[in-house]
Write a protein that binds this ligand. Structure first.
Ligand code: SAH
Length: 255
């Protein structure tokens, strides 16, 4: 599959859901915002007025998105087949959902889409936002870090920001895949390294009564951030093997 096809197939698994939208113009602007970033799946839950001339007027060239938009009576129906549902919220009302930044959310969305999952990002009504019932249908919330004193973006502009982050994450993903072909470590290889590292820290008596869990968590964070490739992992594991060998020699000499 070409890079462009891969991007398209992932985008096809991502749907933008606008719930209880009051102004049809916002639906048109949202369609345009999505289309410019390569997304075309729009679901409308109980829109106040759709189809409507204002939607078509503001969609400009993105009318294909409106023509294909699916209208459903409830959010439950719009997201029934999704394994990941994220609610976009202007503020968090004490809901116990995990909160993601647009960038984090974009990463999770594309990851899920790449695995073949269906994903929805849900946007609320212009005045009331998402209802508590709607929020309960979501697994996580995405919040655009706006000014807390004036946090609410126009609906279509919120769609634009999220669609933009998805676009950027997709473009970044392309270089990550190229990196893989050049020997980027797989998750299994990294886990093998972490096991080896933990065993070595034991062998050299590094912990001395401190919690191995905490130190491993920190080291994992460090190495996951550094993203070592296969060659670098081989060097690191060589060092670990030598440290283990020296520890064994020391034990023998001491015992
Ligand atoms: N007054 C409402 C905001 C409605 S704006 C409230 O306070 O909840 C319409 C929709 O745009 C919201 O439901 C949300 O989906 C999206 N939106 C607006 N601002 C946002 C922000 N800062 N972060 C994430 N989504 C936002």
């Amino acid at each position: 599959m070409s890079v462009a096809q891969d991007r398209q197939s992932r985008a096809a698994r991502v749907r933008f859901v606008l719930s209880n939208t009051s102004h049809p113009g916002n639906i048109g602007s949202a369609a345009r915002a999505m289309r410019t970033m390569g997304f075309g799946r729009l679901d409308l839950v109980a829109p106040a007025a759709f189809p409507h001339g204002d939607a078509w007027a503001l969609a400009a060239g993105a009318i294909d998105v409106l023509e294909r938009a699916r209208v459903t009576p409830s959010l439950a129906e719009a997201v029934a087949d999704c394994t990941l549902v994220i609610g976009a919220t202007a503020r968090l009302r004490g809901v116990s959902l995990e909160e993601w930044s647009p960038r984090e959310a974009a990463g999770k969305v594309l990851e899920a889409a790449a695995l073949g999952h269906e994903v929805a990002i849900v946007f609320g009504n212009e005045r009331a936002g998402l209802s508590n019932d709607e929020i309960m249908r979501c697994q996580a919330a995405v919040h655009i870090p706006s000014d807390p004193g004036y946090s609410s973006l126009n609906l279509a502009q919120a769609v634009q920001v999220i669609a933009y982050e998805l676009r950027i994450a997709q473009l970044d993903g392309v270089s990550a895949r190229t990196g893989n072909a050049d020997g980027a470590a797989t998750s299994a290889e990294l886990e093998g390294f972490f096991d080896h590292l933990a065993a070595t820290l034991d062998d050299i008596d590094f912990h001395k009564g401190r919690s191995p869990v905490t130190i491993m968590r920190r080291l994992r964070k460090l190495f996951l951030r550094a993203r070592p490739d296969q060659r670098e992992l081989r060097v690191l594991r060589g060092i670990l093997a030598d440290a283990q060998r020296m520890a064994q020699l020391a034990r023998r000499a001491g015992g």
